[in-house]
Ligand binder design. Structure first.
Ligand SMILES: [Zn+2]
Length: 478
């Protein structure tokens, strides 16, 4: 219908022909513009991204986790803890949301409940929600995580449960904010290096400064700092995700703090106002930062990581093109053996160092064996893969040693980032080499994790094989 008062004119055939000729001349130019970086950001070839965040700093009186030596709740906040969300959508509308948290660990139950609710609200499959915790040891005790560390007093347990419930709400809110603010963006990645960490199994901490200066640190270590830059259509940095494979354990005090990874996020958000900066930890289970012990050192390491991220940003970055695909599947890992009644009794009764930890291990394992029977000797282990066009992300559960990321990148290509501490932090995940060698990462860490025994041999090939399958499938867009 034409507006009232205006006489509708018959179309002029000569004008229509001229318009068609003009369109034909402009079409190649339009196509060219859309292939140029930054051009046609809202065109159907563009990705979209959004970010969200919520503070997850606990209230007073909540117990801390990470170290068996802790004997009381936190005393205050030195740095806020955060859950941050980065949502991405490919040109076809396939979406994923990554949640990174300044926490030591997380349980499968929390990750699954949160992902299910995000999926219900936004129509996402389970595999499109990825969760990674930074492993800061100045963070709260999460019920069911590192459960063999200590049995909390009743009021401490109640506060931990209240905190975990509020945490789930905040994770969902951060994801909501990211998914509701998806807007045209260009995504690109590059890498640099930071030498904050070292292989803690192969080098006594006191030797590290000298050996590092001499270039003589022993054992495998991955210094790479992969960085994903998310820029708005006008080029402004909307979000930045960095990764590093090293324990987040500079600090051991009674204050909430994100450790070096928290300081790196704060530093980069200062340097890039308006950007949401996220940290996802890599396979750094056998790496420690050095030196350790003070907030100044955590800040110093944070600046070193921020410098590496900024150097990566200044490079010619690899653009993300193509499609998003995700997969998450479980494999069954076996524990090596059932602990004997005698072992459980000794752990319960012996007067030894970290006595509360051994008592907690005995109680947790006894209860698991009572309620689950033989099923307590198996574990459903999550392997997740994302394909972001030209880049693959792998998210593995547990504290994964560096051998995995080095092997996965060697076998599947350098355009792959491997995260540990994802979905469920149930134990250390040693390689076959580290499992054979034993010690903390291969054996005795199963006590604070409340697991019955070390893993049975064969876990490395099982995890790598499932990872290869999921990476191949997501790269094929399935
Ligand atoms: Zn650890």
């Amino acid at each position: 219908m034409a507006p009232p008062g205006k006489k509708k004119l018959a179309p002029d055939p000569r004008r229509a022909l001229a318009r068609a000729a003009m369109k034909a001349r402009l079409l190649p130019l339009l196509l060219l513009l859309c292939l140029t970086p930054g051009g046609c950001a809202d065109h159907a070839t563009a990705w979209r991204a959004g970010a969200g965040r919520e503070s997850i700093t606990p209230p007073a009186g909540v117990w801390m986790t990470g170290y068996a030596s802790r004997t009381k709740p936190a005393e205050g906040t030195a740095q806020d803890l955060w859950v941050k969300a980065l949502a991405v959508a490919d040109p076809a509308g396939n979406r994923g949301v990554l949640l990174t948290l300044d926490l030591c660990g997380i349980t499968r139950e929390i990750s699954d409940r949160v992902a299910t609710e995000i999926g219900r609200r936004h129509g996402l499959p389970r595999s499109a929600v990825m969760t990674n915790v930074s492993h800061t040891h100045c963070s709260p005790f999460i019920p069911g995580n590192i459960a063999g560390l200590r049995i909390l007093p009743a009021d401490g347990q109640k506060k931990a449960e209240d905190y975990a419930r509020a945490l789930e709400e905040k994770m969902i809110r951060a994801a909501d904010a990211a998914l509701r603010t998806l807007r045209p963006a260009t995504l690109a990645w590059a890498e640099d290096e930071a030498h904050i960490g070292y292989n803690r199994r192969e080098n006594p901490a006191t030797d590290v400064p000298g050996q590092r200066a001499a270039g003589k640190l022993k054992g495998p270590f991955d210094p790479r700092v992969p960085v994903l830059a998310v820029r708005a259509a006008d080029g402004a940095l909307m979000a930045l995700l960095m990764s590093y494979a090293c324990h987040n354990t500079t600090l051991q005090f009674y204050q909430w703090h994100g450790d070096y990874a928290g300081s790196a996020q704060v530093e980069l958000e200062k340097r890039h106002p308006g950007a949401t900066v996220l940290f996802a930890i890599g396979c750094g289970a056998d790496a420690n930062p050095a030196p350790r012990g003070t907030v100044e050192l955590a800040d110093q390491h944070g600046r070193a990581l921020a410098d590496a991220a900024d150097r990566a940003l200044a490079k010619k970055m690899n653009p993300i093109t193509g499609r998003f695909a995700s997969a998450l599947e479980d494999i069954t890992l076996n524990f090596a053996r059932r602990p004997t009644e005698e072992q459980l009794r000794i752990a319960r009764e012996k007067n030894q160092s970290n006595k509360e930890m051994h008592q907690a291990w005995s109680a947790v394992v006894t209860e698991k064996l009572r309620t689950q029977g033989e099923a307590a000797l198996r574990y459903s282990y999550p392997v997740q893969a994302w394909n972001l066009g030209s880049l693959s992300w792998v998210a593995l559960g547990g504290e994964v040693v560096v051998d995995y990321s080095l092997r996965l990148r060697r076998e599947l290509g350098e355009n792959l980032w491997a995260f540990g501490y994802s979905t469920d932090v149930m134990a250390y995940i040693p390689s076959e080499r580290v499992l054979k060698e034993g010690r903390y990462e291969g054996d005795t860490s199963m006590v604070p994790y409340g697991q019955p025994s070390p893993w049975a041999p064969g876990l490395e090939d099982a995890i790598v094989s499932k990872t290869r399958e999921l990476v191949a499938r997501t790269r094929a867009g399935k």
